[in-house]
Structure formats: structure tokens, C-alpha cells
Design a protein around this ligand. Structure first.
Ligand SMILES: NC(=O)C1=CN([C@@H]2O[C@H](COP(=O)(O)OP(=O)(O)OC[C@H]3O[C@@H](n4cnc5c(N)ncnc54)[C@H](O)[C@@H]3O)[C@@H](O)[C@H]2O)[C@@H](O)CC1
Ligand SMILES: [K+]
Length: 515
């Protein structure tokens, strides 16, 4: 049985998992997959208890469908191994699906204590060392309500007081495709999730990030193998081809020019941050072009060349348009010039707002893609909502769909920022970025990301790889800083910049180690 220690990189939608499940079940004895899922869950239970130094004493919550069947199978396995297990069973056993009913019978035969769900308060008051959530998996159809919602609320309170909670397949209440809490009601906040057959996007974006905890995949030995995934979790392997060591016979012209275009009056800091990020991420020459007053130079980084936006020559330079750009006529003129550039370009912040306000600019953006002039967009959910003409809640209700729709309409690579950033591009599987943390929820980190994207493009990375690399490194740098105690509270965007440089150099060094 395969249980990968790391989250698998491949992501599958609910529809695809159903197809795989059906195909596998057609040539397996009844109940095989559920028995494998139950055995994998039981192993995970033992593993979590062992790591926590606690004996196995588990309360399993089983729903009325097959997710509940997985919990009942796990309970039977654990009980047969002599461990302490109790089950709270929801719904009418007479209406269980066939495999779940068989699992129920096996649990009874093994001597598992099974209580009706109406006993949930009394059962949750009895001490245990782990709670298993087998209420709902990919069959969740509506918000959690009534006694289930109350019990989940209570489990979340107990879990927050450090009782491990293991979700089977998906934390109940979370939509496995979108990562949202269904109906905005309540969902299990698990410390661990063991997900079956393949990993699911909803465990890695939106509310899923705060509800799934540590995710493991139990492949259930699907003998026919898995189809190509619907999406991927971001990983340096996806941009490894770009992590090349520098040749010695090179010069600053070898690593490209990048111009950061923005800095309206009062917002010069945004363009300076983006420019410093580009500088530290290895651009050969970095220009900061200001719509507002032009500083003589950046005294922390005199390497940067400061120019007026209306005077800068964009020829042969990668442009990053938007940081602190404002929305006036000068900003519009600068953006129009950037859109005409034959070079790869990044559009962020105010550039995105200007694009959203003017169809002709949006058309010019889409035309760039047709002319093989790569564009990379880095919207946060509000900017994405403006570009798509929808409400921010609609974007967040299906971040994958929103990112893909924007990539299609803009004919561009998109990084939709937020918990579990989505990287989407026309005709490519979506990618969800697993790195990053709430330390990044502070002003200026988006400017740093845009500058990083520009530097990678200037060094010749294709736009898709630049987006993958920038998103991964940006998050990883923040994770490393938090690990050292620099954040999550009070991390500054400036502190992120040297951490990014370290991350990029380490990745290149790791790639270039020869056996
Ligand atoms: N069929 C199989 O052999 C396998 C199934 N697997 C498990 O089966 C799960 C899917 O099973 P199901 O399709 O039975 O779906 P679930 O077990 O996720 O839930 C479905 C049941 O819950 C009800 N329901 C949905 N939302 C509800 C709500 N908010 N409140 C109350 N009732 C609600 C539905 O009407 C249905 O009866 C997977 O997530 C996975 O855990 C795995 O064991 C792999 C093998
Ligand atoms: K579950």
C-alpha cells in the first residue's frame, strides 16, 4: 500500500477521483478500496499517536456515506489490533451504501463500541487521544447544520487545545475542489488529513489551508495507475530547468535589464521595493522608473538606476508595471507603453486596476499573448475580481476557476495571490503554491513578488516557470524567516528580499551538485 510521506504533487478534482474510483472498483472485489482506505487510516492513527507519545485511544466520527465507511473500517482494524476505539455514527445504518454497511458489520464483529450521533456531547466529554473525522468526504453536498455542526464546532475547540484531529480524505465541511467552507458554515479544523487515491486542490487553497493540517496521500494501490492530473502542487522540480548555475564568461548584459514602472507621488516606496527585489534576484541591470518625483538615487542600493517614467527607454527591457503607479494620465501613458513592449512584462497592482477600467487596455494585453509577448499578472483577489467584473467573494469561492478565467481572458500567466496562490496559464494544468504564510499579509510583499518575477524573466525564464519559481521562492523565503522567529508578526517586505536571494542561490546550488 502506498502512503507517500510528502504530499503528492499531483492534484485531482472530485470528478476525476470518482472516475478513477469507478474504474478501479470495476475490477476489484467489493469493498476492497474502502478496506485499503481504512487500513491506511488506521496506520495513520497509530503513527500520529506514536509521534505524540500517546497510546491509541480514538474517537471516530462516522457519517452516513462512504467516508463514514472508511472510519468504520479503520475502527475495525484498530480494534482487531487491541486498541481503544469508539465510534459516533451519524444517520440511519439501514441506509448506508453497500461498502459502508459491510464496514459497519466488520466493526461490530471486531467489538467496536458504536454510539448513535445523538450521544455526541457525552462522547466528546470522555477523554481520548485522537479524534478521527469520517463524517463527509468528496460527497459533501450542503453546509454542515444541526448536531453535526455543533459537534464539529466542539471538536475544533478541543483540537485547538492540542488534541490531534485526523480528517479522512477531506476535512468535513470543506469543498475538496475549491477549498471553501461549504455555505460559509463550519468545517473540521484537522491537524492531519489522510487523503485517498490522489491529493485534492481544496486541501491546499482558500480555507483548505487552515483546515487540512499536514496532508498525506494514501494511493490505495490503484493498479491501473492514475490519469494525468488536473493540477499540480508547486515544487522546485517544476522550474528546475531554469535553475542554472552562471557561466564564468558572462557579464551584466547576460542577465537582462528590468525596469520597474510605477512610483507615483507618495508611492515611491513600492517601486523601490520591487526594484530592490529584482536587483537581489539577479537582474543584470535594474531601473526604477517613477511617475512622480524621481529620487537622485536609492541610498540603500545605489546600484539601482532611477529614471522618470516618461523618459525611460523600454527597448530590450523586461517591464514590471504597476507598483505604486496610481491611476492618473501619466500612469495610463506608462502602462500603454509597457503593453506595447515586445519584451516579457509583469503587470501588478495599479496596472491591473487600470487594465480593469479600460477595455482597450485589456485588449492590448490579450493581443500581447497572440504576438508571443509573454505577460505575467500578479493580482490579489480584489484586483482579480475587478479584472473579471465580479465580486471578491465570487473569486474566493472558486479561486481555481477565477485564475483560469483570467488567464484565458488576458492570454497571460496569472498568479492569483492569497492562501494557496494559484498559477494559471492558457492550456496548462493549474498549479497551487504550497509555500508561504500569513507573514506575507503586509504591505510591500506584493511589490517584492512582482520585482522577483521581473528579474527571473530578465534572466530568460519562460513566463510560466517564472511565475512558479517566484511564487514558490516568495513563500519559502517567508517560511524560512518565520522559522527563525522573523515573523509571522512584523515581517517586513524589505526583510524578504535577502531571504529570496538566499533561496534562489540555494536552489541553483542544489541543482548543480554533481554526483
Ligand atoms: N466508494 C468507495 O469504495 C470508496 C470511497 N471512499 C470514501 O468515500 C467518500 C465519498 O463517499 P460518498 O460519496 O458516500 O460521500 P460522503 O461519505 O462524503 O457523504 C455522502 C453522504 O452524506 C450526505 N450529505 C452530504 N452533505 C451533507 C451534509 N452537509 N449534511 C448531512 N448529510 C450530508 C449525502 O447525502 C450522502 O448520503 C470519499 O471521500 C472517501 O472517503 C474511499 O474509501 C475510497 C473508496
Ligand atoms: K472527513
Amino acid at each position: 500500500m502506498t502512503t507517500s510521506a510528502l504530499p503528492s504533487n499531483a492534484l485531482y478534482t472530485i470528478a476525476r477521483i470518482r472516475q478513477i474510483e469507478q474504474a478501479a472498483m470495476s475490477h476489484l472485489p467489493p469493498g476492497s478500496l474502502m478496506q485499503r482506505a481504512g487500513a491506511a487510516a488506521a496506520r495513520e492513527v497509530r503513527d500520529i499517536c506514536r509521534r505524540a507519545g500517546r497510546r491509541v485511544d480514538v474517537l471516530l466520527l462516522a457519517g452516513s456515506g462512504n467516508n463514514g465507511g472508511d472510519a468504520l473500517e479503520a475502527a475495525a482494524v484498530l480494534r482487531r489490533g487491541g486498541m481503544r476505539v469508539r465510534v459516533l455514527l451519524h444517520g440511519d445504518p439501514a441506509r448506508q451504501p453497500r461498502d459502508a454497511a459491510a464496514a459497519h458489520a466488520r466493526a461490530l464483529a471486531a467489538g467496536v463500541e458504536i454510539h448513535p450521533f445523538s450521544d455526541w456531547q457525552a462522547q466528546l466529554e470522555r477523554p481520548c487521544n485522537l479524534v478521527v473525522d469520517g463524517l463527509f468526504g468528496i460527497g459533501l453536498q450542503r453546509p454542515l447544520t444541526g448536531e453535526i455542526a455543533e459537534a464539529v464546532q466542539t471538536i475544533n475547540e478541543i483540537g485547538a487545545a492540542r488534541l490531534p484531529v485526523l480528517a479522512l480524505d477531506v476535512p468535513s465541511g470543506i469543498d475538496a475542489d475549491t477549498g471553501t467552507v461549504v455555505g460559509g458554515a463550519v468545517a473540521v479544523r484537522a491537524s492531519h488529513t489522510i487523503t485517498f487515491i490522489g491529493d485534492k486542490p481544496g486541501l491546499h487553497t482558500a480555507d483548505g489551508c487552515d483546515h487540512a493540517g499536514e496532508v498525506r496521500v494514501a494511493g490505495l494501490d490503484i493498479a491501473s495507475g492514475l490519469p494525468p492530473p488536473d493540477g499540480m502542487l508547486n515544487h522546485p522540480g517544476l522550474f528546475a530547468a531554469c535553475l542554472r548555475p552562471r557561466a564564468r564568461n558572462t557579464h551584466k548584459g547576460s542577465f537582462g535589464d528590468v525596469v520597474l514602472l510605477g512610483g507615483a507621488s507618495g508611492m515611491a516606496g513600492a517601486v523601490v521595493l520591487a526594484a530592490r527585489a529584482a536587483l537581489h534576484a539577479g537582474a543584470g541591470r535594474t531601473y526604477a522608473a517613477f511617475i512622480g518625483p524621481v529620487p537622485v538615487y536609492d541610498d540603500a542600493h545605489p546600484e539601482l538606476m532611477c529614471r522618470a517614467a516618461h523618459e525611460i527607454d523600454l527597448a530590450r527591457k523586461v517591464v514590471v508595471a504597476g507598483p505604486g503607479m496610481g491611476s492618473g494620465e501619466a500612469a495610463r501613458a506608462a502602462l500603454t507603453a509597457a503593453l506595447k513592449s515586445p519584451m516579457p512584462a509583469v503587470f501588478d497592482a495599479d496596472a491591473l486596476n487600470l487594465l480593469a477600467s479600460d477595455r482597450s487596455l485589456m485588449q492590448a494585453l490579450a493581443d500581447r499573448g497572440n504576438l508571443q509577448q509573454p505577460s505575467l499578472l500578479t493580482p490579489h483577489p480584489l484586483e482579480a475580481a475587478r479584472l473579471l467584473g465580479m465580486k471578491v467573494a465570487e473569486v474566493q469561492s472558486d479561486r481555481l476557476a477565477a485564475a483560469r478565467a483570467l488567464a484565458e481572458s488576458a492570454n497571460a500567466v496569472v498568479i492569483l495571490k492569497g492562501a494557496g496562490s494559484i498559477i494559471a496559464a492558457p492550456d496548462r494544468p493549474f498549479v497551487i503554491n504550497p509555500t508561504g504564510n500569513p507573514a506575507l499579509a503586509t504591505g510591500g510583499t506584493g511589490d517584492v513578488l512582482a520585482g522577483l518575477c521581473g528579474a527571473l524573466l530578465a534572466q530568460g525564464w519562460p513566463a510560466h516557470e517564472a511565475a512558479l519559481g517566484a511564487a514558490w521562492m516568495h513563500g519559502h523565503a517567508a517560511d524560512e524567516l518565520v522559522r527563525k522567529g522573523v515573523g509571522p508578526i512584523g515581517l517586513t517586505a524589505s526583510e524578504l528580499i535577502p531571504a529570496l536571494r538566499l533561496c534562489l542561490n540555494q536552489l541553483v546550488a542544489e541543482r548543480s551538485v554533481r554526483p
